[in-house]
Design a protein around this ligand. Structure first.
Ligand code: BGP
Length: 480
């Protein structure tokens, strides 16, 4: 019997996802200040810097001139890019606002008009094409001044600066943006504190007290944003955003099953529990005790967190993770930024990210079972090396295969009863990789002529997947 699939629900939000620091370029145009991505080197050493203790931010703006400073020059080419998204039929476009365009140093009293005006132009252009923006308020781009002067999210003062920032953007864009998200991949602070929490760990012990204090500040900031958003833009929806990678036990040894459960709760559920359920879960209280973590919680914080929970969960899904309590160096998976062991049933991308479409169905079901709020897959995709043929075509069938299987998995999850708002695949146009700072790790439907050594014309070209995705959207997921 052939299986018949339901269509995706009417109004399903198909689109693509990006982040300001990875695409805009124009890093000092419009009085923009420096953010974290502006002072990180590109290339292989970036991942080590992100994960290992000891990095010091330098505010030498000329030291690292590539790749984030130039990105793909969306700052000047946004009209052309948005026209291409419209050609694919995008209903939504996920992007972030660079905090440093609005408050260049983060701690000013008044917002920067040039920055505000830039996003007005982008939102207007999107609306001209019938595309709704989905905006991440903070996507790995904290102002460097807040990192240097205040210690990033370790400092309570940063909550006040963030409040000023969100009030400025909600008031300015209240008639232009209906879908918001607070912090991109907030749980990334557990594995990449520089990106997630705005500070670099100097020694192993920093993984505990300062890290979780910084999380607490972000949770308070997130609730302040949710409250302000609901007050200023009553018809808007605001979500959290987490990395979700279901954790499988390597085998049925209860020791490993328990270990996988603990890793899953800490990495996948801790942040969502606080932001969606509005309270610190029981398991984290035990973790705090065992690691001697004592949070400085001010009066009213817990009430604020309880009362102002998010409307939906946005999450990124790239891979699953397989865990074992004791693992040898040989067993460890290479490249999976969340660590774990190799899963013998899965193939991996060229960067070691294990490809697991069923894992997306599992993730959607686990999240929905636990939280019962609408879900939004706001990142998913395959980073791959692309080749431009002599006739100019780019035949990225591997990307189509990856996306097709993940879209099928979403369709299954919808059949399972999951409430899914939409799907914005990551890097719908090639952009700078967050973890490696490389250009050669491409995700796009649109190829950008730009290379790791900084050369390239920045010309845009439609890949084979461009036409495929266009068909997927126009048939609301029927033609895969
Ligand atoms: C997520 C980030 C994105 C993005 C993506 C792909 O973690 O939210 O910013 O870049 O992963 O990762 P990478 O660029 O490292 O391949």
């Amino acid at each position: 019997m052939t299986q018949t699939y339901m269509r995706f629900p009417e109004g399903f939000l198909w689109g693509g996802a990006t982040a300001a620091n990875q695409m805009e370029g124009g890093f000092h145009e419009g009085s923009k200040g420096l953010n974290i991505a502006d002072v990180l080197p590109g290339g292989k050493k970036r991942l080590t810097i992100l994960q290992e203790p000891g990095f010091n931010f330098e505010i030498d703006k000329d030291k690292y001139s590539y790749p984030n400073h130039e990105g793909i020059d969306f700052y000047n080419r946004y009209k052309e890019d948005i026209a291409l998204f419209a050609e694919m039929g995008f209903k939504v476009f996920r992007m972030s606002i660079a905090w440093t365009r609005i408050f260049p140093n983060g701690d000013e009293q008044e917002p920067n008009e040039f920055g505000l005006a830039f996003y007005d132009r982008v939102f207007d252009e999107l609306h001209n094409h019938g595309i709704e923006p989905v905006v991440t308020i903070s996507h790995y781009e904290m102002p460097v001044n807040l990192v240097k002067e205040y210690g990033g999210w370790r400092s309570r003062e940063v909550v006040t600066f963030f409040e000023r920032y969100v009030n400025a953007i909600f008031n300015r864009y209240k008639n232009k943006v209906k879908y918001w998200m607070t912090f991109n991949e907030i749980n990334s602070g557990l594995i990449m504190p520089i990106m997630g929490l705005g500070f670099s760990i100097q020694k192993e012990e920093d993984k505990y007290q300062p890290t979780f204090q910084a999380f607490h500040h972000q949770f308070v900031a997130s609730s302040i944003a949710v409250k302000a958003c609901h007050e200023i833009i009553p018809n808007a929806q605001i979500g959290c955003m987490i990395i979700y990678a279901p954790v499988y036990s390597y085998d049925s040894n209860p020791e490993n099953v328990m270990y996988a459960l603990q890793e899953e709760r800490l990495f996948n559920h801790f942040c969502a529990d606080v932001q969606v359920r509005g309270e610190y879960p029981a398991f984290i209280k035990r973790y705090f005790k065992e690691h001697n973590i004592k949070l400085d919680i001010q009066e009213g914080d817990l009430e604020l967190i309880k009362e102002h929970t998010v409307d939906y969960i946005g999450f990124s899904y790239y891979m699953s993770r397989t865990e074992k309590k004791e693992k040898t160096e040989l067993e460890k998976s290479q490249g999976n930024i969340m660590s774990g062991v190799k899963n013998p049933f899965l193939e991996a991308s060229d960067w070691g990210w294990e490809i697991d479409p069923i894992g997306l169905r599992i993730s959607l079901n686990k999240l929905y079972d636990r939280y019962q709020v609408p879900l939004f897959v706001v990142e998913n995709g395959l980073g791959a090396y692309d080749k431009v043929e002599e006739d100019g075509s780019i035949n990225d069938d591997y990307r189509i295969d990856y996306l097709r299987e993940h879209i099928k998995a979403m369709r299954e999850a919808i059949e399972d009863g999951v409430e899914l708002m939409g799907y914005t695949s990551w890097g719908c146009i090639d952009l700078v990789s967050a973890s490696t700072g490389e250009f050669s790790k491409r995700y796009g439907f649109i190829y950008v002529d730009k290379y790791d050594d900084g050369s390239g014309t920045l010309e845009r070209k439609r890949k084979k997947s461009f036409f495929w995705y266009k068909d997927v959207i126009s048939t609301n997921g029927e033609n895969l």
